[in-house]
Design a protein around this ligand. Sequence first.
Ligand SMILES: C[S@@+](CC[C@H](N)C(=O)[O-])C[C@H]1O[C@@H](n2cnc3c(N)ncnc32)[C@H](O)[C@@H]1O
Length: 295
Amino acid sequence: MHLFRRRQTRHRDQAPQPVEPQAIDDRVRSTDTPYFLPKDAEEDSRLNFQHRALYAAIGNHYLAPLTPETDTILDVGTGTGIWPVEMSHLFPKAHILGLDVSSTSFQHPSTAAYTFMLGDILHGLPFPDKQFAFVHQRLLVAAIPTAQWPTAIKELIRVTRPGGWIEILEIGVTIKQAGPETTRLLAWMGACSKERGFDMAVVPQLGQMLIEAGIQDVEIHHIPAPLGTWGGHVGAMLKANVLSAFGALKGIYCTQAQMSPAHFDAWVKDVSEEWETLRASYVFHAAYGRRALGA
Ligand SMILES: C[S@@+](CC[C@H](N)C(=O)[O-])C[C@H]1O[C@@H](n2cnc3c(N)ncnc32)[C@H](O)[C@@H]1O
């Protein structure tokens, strides 16, 4: 039996049924949401690899101080569902719901431990208020336009139970020990994103947004992890993942900025060499906090 309830009444701004992702440049992408990373098998395997790289870098699948009694967990923008599946091993008493605007990536049949549900954070989550003991959202920076973050955060809070935890983890464009080519590439990518309505400067501010929305006991972590084989196993994994993410963005940014893909590839090669010589680190931005008991 599921421990959560679906919203009974149709939300005023409820999302229409999703359109199948379509071939855009050299990749398959969503056409009915602002999300600009691909939705194809290559991206799904990158997401699974990224999950492993994150685990290697951070050492866990979550940061909030959850108790084993945590019984209802929501993962917003769940992707392939690897996070709910692995969390179900850590929280065998919980029911975990993976929600995504598209069902094409979720590779697991629903079980008593975890279920997939369609939903769009930009159109309101399809649940009544105060449903979940833990609401988790990871890596939706290419899905939530900057202006919609405050509303998205309010929606995460709305479905969290009083006393329950909310956690957000994102990547942005912060690389420590970045050389000149890395700095230039990140600025170019940041400008391309901003033109699409996604300002990466929002990412380190998400913890502050939780505080401003009334969340208590907020902890903000900016977590550097080695980027490059200089950093051993973790660094090599992260380098492979970041390069693969750049590849996922290449088609869309190059079309937008009228840069040739070959030029982009050569630039990224120079950049990745800098990571090794300068011993660069990639920074993850995480924040978690608790909905007040009386709220
Ligand atoms: C970069 S992936 C991250 C997946 C997963 N959270 C992880 O960490 O592996 C972003 C996911 O968000 C989903 N997404 C995009 N826009 C969304 C929206 N408006 N509401 C819910 N999910 C969305 C995409 O379909 C994709 O599966």
